[in-house]
Write a protein that binds this ligand. Sequence first.
Ligand SMILES: [Zn+2]
Length: 202
Amino acid sequence: MKDFAEPLTRLIHELGRLPGVGQRTAERLAYHLLNADTEDVLALAGAIRDIKTKLKPCRVCFNVTDGETCSICASPTRDQGRIAVVESVRDLVAIERSGAWNGVYHVLGGRVAPLEGRSLETSTFSKLLKRLEEDTEGRIREIVIATNPDAEGDTTALVLKEHLEGMGRKVTRLARGIPTGGSIEFANVDILKDAFEGRDPV
Ligand SMILES: [Zn+2]
């Protein structure tokens, strides 16, 4: 005999694939949804669908957006001449929440991890170079390397630095302050502010 009706089995299976959700939690969530108001559950389903169908990468910085360019790239109050290079959208969001940065971003969508066969080629780095090359008026003045302070983040920073030197822009890196092995995503507001304010040329 089957334990659950097929749609419920399928939902439990899908929920169980989410990070941090084991079989028991998946079952609990599935029963919660089964008993919740139809309207609420469909709103959740719609929100999940929309993040995959309505969002896409910003054509400039690779942040997520529902338009062509994200609100940061389109903002007249942001300093478009300074670009913080981050590994992921999650890091960008953490920095935005802290209010530590008024420039713009470039989201790499990857990091250098030689052991896993990942290089800058598997990231959006070539698009950053293109961004710099197309900036013939020299509006972009500074590139801030804002990778995480762990082994892969350090390696990524080093490779970025090698490629960005000689591009005629100031290249800086976030000051140490976020503990080694820590992450931008979980750093507190004051630490992020200090890291941006105390950024050093590399
Ligand atoms: Zn953007």
